[in-house]
Structure formats: C-alpha cells, structure tokens
Design a protein around this ligand. Structure first.
Ligand SMILES: NC(=O)c1ccc[n+]([C@@H]2O[C@H](COP(=O)([O-])OP(=O)(O)OC[C@H]3O[C@@H](n4cnc5c(N)ncnc54)[C@H](O)[C@@H]3O)[C@@H](O)[C@H]2O)c1
Length: 348
C-alpha cells in the first residue's frame, strides 16, 4: 500500500520555505519535497522525504509516483520572470513541459486510484498584458478573464499552464471511452508580487519591493529598477501561503472557476520607498530605471479584482499595507539582520 503524501515541487524556493513550514506546523509531516537544488537544512525535519530531481526528468518522476500516492500536489517549481526572459527556451521547457509532465502523472494516478488528485498551481499577474501604461491605468482592477495578452515568456508560460490544468481537469483523453470518469482537481491562484521577511527573492520582476526593504535593513544602498510612480499589487508571504491552503481545502462544489486572483495592497514604488525610509531612516534608495524591466512591469496590472476568491472560498488577506509592514515585514526583517539571524538566500 502506497503512503498518502503531499508533493511540493520547487520546495526550496521562497514559497516552498513558508508553505512547508506552515503545513508542518499544522501537523502534517507527510510532505515529499522535490527541487533541483538541495533542500535547505531547516526544512528537512518538516518533510518525510526530499528528492533532488529535475522536473523535466520524466523517468525519475514516474518512479516517484510508483512509491507514493499524492493526495495534493503543490507545483511550485518554475523559472521566474527575469530569468525566463534571459533564457526563454529553457523557461518554456521547465515552466510548461515540466508542468505538463506532472499533470500527466497526476492524471494517470487519478485514473488508477479513482481519487481526484488536487493539483494546486501558483500562477501570476504576469498572465495579464497591457500595451501601454495608459491602458494599464485605465483598466483599474482587472478580473480573471480580462487583458490576457502577456508580453513575457513567463506570462505566456503561466497562461499555457493554466490552460493545461483546465484540460487535465475537465477534458483529459476526451476520445478514450470510459476513461473520463475521474479528472484531476486543478486549482490555480494568480499571485501578485510576494514579499517575505525570511527569504530574499531572485529572478522576479516585482522583486524591487522586497529588495528595497532587505537592502535597507542591512544598511546597503538600493537602486530601484522601476519609476517611482510604478504600481503593482503585492501580498506578504503568510497571506500567499494562507491562500494556497485555503483554496486547497475548499469544497469543490463551492468553486465556480479554476483560476482565482488574490491580492492585498498595491502601493507605488515611491510609497514602498517612503515606508522603507520611515522604518530604516539610513536607507539609501535611488532610482536607476531598467527600461526593459519597466516595460514588463508597465504591462502588468496596477490592481486585480479578487472578488471571486472572496465569494467562493472566503478569501481575505490577514495583512493590509499598514499591517504587512508594521506587524510582519519591518519587525521580522529588522530582527533577522540585527539579531544575527541570517535571512535565507533562496538558491539561484
Ligand atoms: N514569488 C513571487 O512573487 C511569485 C509571484 C507569482 C507566482 N509565483 C510562482 O510561485 C511559484 C514559486 O515561486 P517562488 O517565489 O517560490 O520561486 P523560487 O524561484 O524562489 O523557487 C522556485 C524553485 O523551483 C526550483 N526549480 C527551478 N527549476 C527546476 C527544475 N527544472 N526542476 C525542479 N525544481 C526546479 C528552484 O530550484 C527553486 O527552488 C512559481 O511557480 C512562481 O512562478 C511566485
């Protein structure tokens, strides 16, 4: 009899760190963690097994599915937006092909076990695309079905994976008679930029928010790569983890769609700098605009409409802008750098 477990890919990343810790704190140690890079030692005790594996290594993944029965899969492994733009073909392989392999294995497991494997997928506001800052400004809060014209390889990959998930969730092997009785239970969240107090991001285009804070707390100067008036939606990591776990546990019948926006607050870069300087008065923040990264951020919405998540599965963030900085980010980041606790540098 196979052991029932939760599979978390990309386990060693920013979200992986917080998600694994939270699931473990809730009393579930049956986590199989998978990542290309070695698992941070602080996560080892939270998992029943760590498997160092490339998400593109299909043969290895088949073996893993022979050993375990995965009730839920959180598929976090990915190449993020900045890196994806530097190596689009590799991003397409890891982000889309890697997701397709995992969806196929989850679908086969579902057919064998007659149990609808939950497949939780973190998508992104990068699926949206506005041609100009004016169009972004005019759009206001964007719903899930609007402006789906991404300009980046990362956004294109995310949209493709959402569609793959919808296929495996509803139409898998349409022509195979008698095999359509059970589909995977695919659920996706479109995240805004995420800010964590315990990990420093690498490779994302919304990273100017967290980078500004972490630099200031360490007394390092920071050159913000977007204009002061740039606006994006953000959320803190505990809320991101809360949203993943709340969506995962929501009854299927309460979900009216497969893909949900979630958000908390949407400050401009200048507002983020002001809050940072108030918290760390010696902060040295300048603007050195990176034209290409600015185009990417200008194509993403300044705000998103998460009313469907609020209505269907009771989504509500614990932290608004004030609470996020005053209760979570500033005290925890301050303690990390001033009490000798090292912030976890997520593997590149
Ligand atoms: N952090 C954010 O602001 C944000 C926002 C929206 C969506 N997301 C999505 O959430 C997920 C997790 O994000 P994160 O911030 O933790 O990213 P991260 O870059 O910190 O972690 C990604 C992890 O995936 C692993 N990985 C990369 N390629 C792999 C491969 N070929 N095989 C196996 N593992 C591989 C990396 O080693 C890394 O540990 C990603 O899908 C990301 O697109 C993140």
């Amino acid at each position: 009899m196979k052991q029932d477990c939760i599979l978390i890919t990309g386990a060693n990343g920013e979200i992986g760190h917080s998600l694994i810790t939270k699931i473990y704190e809730q009393g579930n140690g049956n986590i199989v963690a998978l990542d290309l890079s070695p698992l941070d030692s602080c996560l080892a005790e939270c998992c029943c097994e760590f498997i160092q594996c490339n998400i593109l290594d299909e043969a290895h993944l088949v073996e893993i599915f022979q050993d375990y029965h995965f009730t839920s899969i959180f598929h976090l492994a990915s190449i993020l937006s900045t890196r994806a733009e530097m190596n689009p073909l590799q991003a397409q392989k890891v982000n889309v092909q890697g997701t397709a392999i995992l969806l196929e294995l989850a679908a086969q497991q579902t057919l064998q076990m007659q149990y609808e494997t939950k497949f939780i997928y973190p998508s992104s506001i990068a699926v949206y695309g506005f041609p100009t800052p004016e169009a972004k400004q005019q759009a206001g809060k964007v719903r899930e079905d609007q402006a789906l014209s991404p300009v980046t390889m990362y956004g294109i990959n995310k949209l493709a994976c959402e569609n793959l998930g919808a296929y495996y969730g509803a139409h898998y092997r349409l022509l195979n008679e008698g095999k359509q009785a059970h589909h995977i239970d695919f659920r996706a969240i479109r995240f805004p930029g995420l800010i964590s107090a315990i990990t420093v991001p690498t490779g994302g285009t919304s990273d100017y928010g967290p980078e500004m804070l972490h630099h200031a707390a360490q007394g390092l100067p920071y050159n913000c790569f977007v204009r002061p008036d740039t606006r994006l939606p953000f959320m803190v990591m505990p809320d991101a983890v809360k949203s993943l776990l709340t969506l995962e546990s929501a009854p299927r019948e309460s979900l009216s769609q497969l893909i949900y926006n979630v958000t908390s607050f949407n400050p401009s870069a200048e507002q983020l700098a002001e809050i940072t300087i108030n918290a760390f008065p010696s902060a040295n923040i300048h603007y050195s605009i990176h034209p290409a990264r600015q185009i990417i951020v200008d194509s993403w919405p300044g705000d998103i409409d998460d009313s469907a998540a609020r209505r269907d599965w009771g989504w509500t963030p614990d932290f608004d802008l004030e609470q996020a900085f005053q209760q979570y980010l500033i005290p925890q980041i301050h303690n990390r750098y001033h009490q000798g606790v090292t912030t976890v540098k997520v593997q590149e």
